[in-house]
Design a protein around this ligand. Structure first.
Ligand code: F6R
Length: 357
């Protein structure tokens, strides 16, 4: 039920701090360490390469998951769009492990890949919000994202929940391999949950940004580098699907190779700057688009902010920035859709779960 909320999407955005705390509780041992099922741990440890298969928003969580697993657990990971993998399968490693990420657990494109890889004798882990779902039943292992039912068509809390569970999976694998971590993952996720609360409390400011930048525009660009690029892809998908603004997420450095031709007077460019090692280069890209008339909106992180930034997110661990950054992007999309009189919870042409190929 929506309760006092005008839309499920807004309610589900606000639920994200609780979801993260719930995930911490579900996957934490009594002594405060992370521990997943022994068979999942063994499957992760013994595979020589992980293949993440997903679609849409879950694919965007997978891109972050690759970084988390490679950085924390030092395991090579590939991320593939399910509908492409089926018809254009890459050369597989000797001992692959497949991870299917799906909020619904019913997405037909993923099921096609699952059936195929099971036939080939490979092991599969499904990360899903619906444990009894088709993908969960047909996989060897399941990790539950514990986000609670997601009703709005546009996925919000399922995405952050997927990234939180991927963090714990990476940490558990690192532990199994005896890799020493230089951060406490439970504590860092708790900091993310508090940051999310702070962000959800700034709705008025984000509504104003939506009004200033997106009330009447035809298009919008999201730019970022490294981890910020992945959240740009998610931010642009959110905006497209509920506000019908043509939006595109780009890697900051790639703009000059063609896309910058689309920048006109007043084109909104939302730039994300939460990664210290690319902070100056993304700001350089902002100057390039501003020089061509763009209307830039910089969203940065505490400690990296400059005076001209439109919005600053609280500081979180550098591996976990996407979990915080996506909140203002979700809220900006929500208010843009609202101001443009769109049906936020049930956008045109879309269904909550895509059970056809
Ligand atoms: C976007 C959205 C879709 C889904 C995609 C995969 O907001 O909801 O892009 O993420 O259809 O769905 P699941 O995760 O259920 O496999």
């Amino acid at each position: 039920e929506k309760g006092t909320y005008p839309h499920f999407m807004l309610k589900e955005i606000d639920e994200q701090p609780f979801v993260i705390r719930n995930i911490i509780q579900k996957y934490q041992n009594e002594d405060g360490t992370v521990r997943l099922d022994e068979d999942i741990r063994q499957a992760m440890k013994s595979s020589d390469r992980i293949y993440i298969i997903a679609a849409g928003t879950s694919y965007h969580a997978g891109l972050v998951g690759k970084q988390l697993i490679e950085k924390i657990a030092q395991r090579p990971v590939e991320v593939h769009i399910a509908s492409e993998f089926l018809y254009n399968m890459p050369l597989l490693s000797e001992n692959p492990l497949f991870i299917f990420i799906s909020q619904s657990g019913e997405t037909a494109d993923l099921r096609g890949v699952l059936v195929d890889v099971k036939e080939k004798g490979y092991k599969a882990l499904t990360i899903t919000n619906v444990p009894g779902s088709t993908l969960s039943r047909e996989s060897d292992f399941t990790l539950h994202t514990y986000a609670g039912p997601e009703i709005a068509v546009a996925s919000t809390k399922a995405y952050t929940a997927q990234m939180a569970v991927l963090t714990l999976l990476a940490v558990d694998t690192a532990n199994a391999k005896g890799i020493e971590l230089d951060f406490d993952p439970i504590q860092e996720l708790a900091i993310v949950a508090s940051a999310m609360e702070t962000l959800c409390d700034q709705k008025e400011k984000l509504e104003q940004i939506a009004r200033d930048y997106l009330a009447t525009t035809r298009n919008c660009f999201f730019i970022g580098r490294a981890a910020d690029y992945f959240v740009c892809l998610e931010g642009s998908l959110k905006l497209k699907e509920i506000s019908y603004i043509q939006a595109e997420g780009f890697a900051g450095g790639e703009l000059k190779h063609g896309t910058i031709a689309l920048i006109e007077d007043g084109t909104p460019v939302i730039a994300i700057a939460t990664q210290e090692h690319v902070n100056l280069s993304i700001r350089g890209n902002v100057k390039e688009v501003a020089a061509r008339g763009a209307h830039p909106c910089i969203i940065s992180m505490e400690g990296l902010e400059h005076a001209e930034d439109a919005f600053v997110i609280p500081k979180v661990h550098e591996y976990l920035t996407s979990l915080a950054t996506v909140i203002p992007l979700q809220l900006i999309s929500y208010y843009a859709a609202l101001h443009r009189d769109c049906d936020v919870d049930k956008p045109r042409n879309l269904a909550k779960s895509v059970t056809v190929e």
